[in-house]
Design a protein around this ligand. Structure first.
Ligand SMILES: Cc1cc2nc3c(=O)[nH]c(=O)nc-3n(C[C@H](O)[C@H](O)[C@H](O)COP(=O)(O)OP(=O)(O)OC[C@H]3O[C@@H](n4cnc5c(N)ncnc54)[C@H](O)[C@@H]3O)c2cc1C
Ligand code: SF4
Length: 448
């Protein structure tokens, strides 16, 4: 029984308010924070639509709105969410607000308590081409194998595992060890290609690994300092690669160490241009930008990002021409030309223009940067206004000379002093290459 005084205290409006205020405060804070997050998600979704970045590149979630209870578990579970908006809650339901930022971790599906998420390739509008690969990684062409993200299975750990497993199948092939040809050509030195190459050393195969760019594949293209979420995987010879959370630089440093310790030799800056079966029917001729190889088998670990689109102008083979920005600081005090109109071109142009003493020109063949995010367009407009960046719309590079570049701007020829060219003109997807080789490709429109 409450005493009279206690009862009075409980009934006191002041005391009641004292008890209720924190509860109301917490509730108000929760509602405000939810509202702020929802507004941010709507903004992200609108920006993606404005920049035409509404198509996820590969495996991605489709959310069933009738099942979704808006619990945010998927948003919290997405490992990419810390860097850019991927998932968001709008009107109480989960939405893929940044489709092009989704890289197919699949953590959202695992996190969803009501099974409202399905992981699929492609959308109704845009199909995604996936080569048909058997469980042993062989394609419809006997002797040609595919592992890693090209086969549809993204992520570093999966690529490593598949590269290793594909090698297990290849080393069982008949006709290996002939003196007049290689046993295997591995194309691509991303995580799948690295694992397969180590497997080939372990199996004592006669092989070559060809890479059009540098070690690490897509990982080498991640933004500086990117947080990499992965799971442990087994590398042949080396053993367990036990990373779970690391950075781009640490992972690349680890692979460079593996390359040195194991004597792995990779032919960098050599792009494979064609693969054809030789008249003997039991081997392939692999043609590259530097020569050709005859091999019993070919393993394609070329990922899905393809090869950089080239300008096809005289002088493009010069060492001063690159197809991605690595470090803006290396361009300090130099005359630089950036070519392209997408986010990578705009980001390259403004980050180099921010360096001391640079003279940067951004050349784009169209009249507007309609494919880039508003944030990048604003930054470029700001720098152009203050004279820190020279923007040439409706322009086409005609020639790259030793110390200058020749550009056509609406029919007028302009010659600019130049010491470096960065071409960000997009990529040529590998589907055409696969079809030319004769590999069967299936187009998926929003199916698993
Ligand atoms: C922005 C971003 C963030 C990501 N973050 C993560 C993450 O945190 N965790 C995770 O697990 N995964 C992440 N991924 C996915 C991961 O990077 C890929 O799934 C993985 O790199 C695939 O490995 P791969 O070896 O199959 O192909 P890739 O890494 O794409 O390597 C393919 C290689 O083949 C080369 N090549 C292509 N064509 C030719 C040719 N014709 N001749 C010679 N060489 C050729 C390319 O230059 C490239 O080096 C991310 C991807 C992106 C885009
Ligand atoms: S985890 Fe599932 S139920 Fe929760 S918000 Fe995401 S899709 Fe909806």
């Amino acid at each position: 029984m409450l005493s009279g005084t206690t009862r009075k205290l409980f009934m006191s409006p002041v005391l009641l308010a004292l008890y209720l205020l924190p509860v109301i405060g917490i509730f108000a804070w929760y509602v405000r924070s939810r509202h702020r997050k929802e507004l941010a998600s709507i903004r992200a979704a609108e920006e993606a639509i404005e920049a035409s970045m509404t198509e996820p590149p590969s495996l991605h979630p489709v959310i069933n709105p009738t099942k979704c209870i808006g619990c945010r578990s998927c948003v919290a579970a997405c490992p990419e969410q810390y860097a850019h908006p991927v998932l968001g809650i709008i009107r109480g339901k989960a939405r893929l607000v940044g489709p092009s930022n989704c890289i197919g971790h699949g953590a959202c599906k695992t996190a969803c308590p009501v099974d409202a998420i399905e992981l699929v390739f492609g959308t109704e509008k845009r199909g995604v081409d996936i080569p048909v690969v058997k469980p042993d990684f062989e394609t419809n062409i006997p002797g040609i194998f595919i592992a890693g993200e090209l086969g549809g299975m993204g992520l570093i750990r999966n690529a490593v595992e598949q590269g290793r497993q594909a090698l297990e199948s290849i080393k069982k092939l008949g006709g290996l060890g002939k003196p007049d040809r290689l046993d295997l050509v591995i194309v691509g030195a991303g995580p799948a290609g690295i694992a397969a190459s180590l497997g080939a050393i372990e199996a004592k195969l006669r092989f070559v690994t060809l890479e059009q760019d540098s070690l690490g594949g897509t990982v080498a293209h991640f933004p500086r300092g990117k947080l990499v979420m992965t799971r442990p995987a087994i590398l042949p010879i080396v053993g367990k690669m036990s990373f779970t959370e690391t950075t781009k630089e640490k992972l690349l440093g680890y692979w460079q160490g593996v390359e040195r310790q194991t004597g792995l030799s990779i032919n960098y800056k050599e792009r494979v241009t064609s693969i054809s079966r030789r008249p003997d029917g039991a081997s392939f001729e692999v043609k590259t930008t530097k020569g050709s190889y005859v091999s019993r088998a070919v393993l394609l670990t070329i990922g899905r990002r393809g090869s950089p689109r080239q300008l096809g102008v005289p002088g493009e083979k010069s060492a001063k021409v690159v197809y991605r920005l690595i470090d803006p600081e290396q361009y300090r005090g130099r005359h630089v030309l950036v070519v392209g109109g997408g986010d990578s071109a705009l980001e390259a142009a403004h980050s180099i223009a921010d360096q001391a003493g640079t003279t940067v020109t951004l050349s784009y063949r169209s009249p507007a940067f309609s494919r880039a995010k508003p944030k990048n367009r604003d930054k470029v407009a700001q720098l152009a206004e203050t004279g820190r960046l020279n923007v040439m719309m409706n322009s086409n590079v005609r020639e790259i000379r030793r110390d200058s570049v020749v550009i056509d701007v609406e029919g007028e020829t302009v010659i600019l002093p130049n010491q470096a060219v960065i071409v960000c003109a997009g990529g040529i997807l590998p589907t055409g290459f696969l079809r030319e080789v004769g590999i069967e490709v299936e187009t998926k429109y929003g199916t698993a």
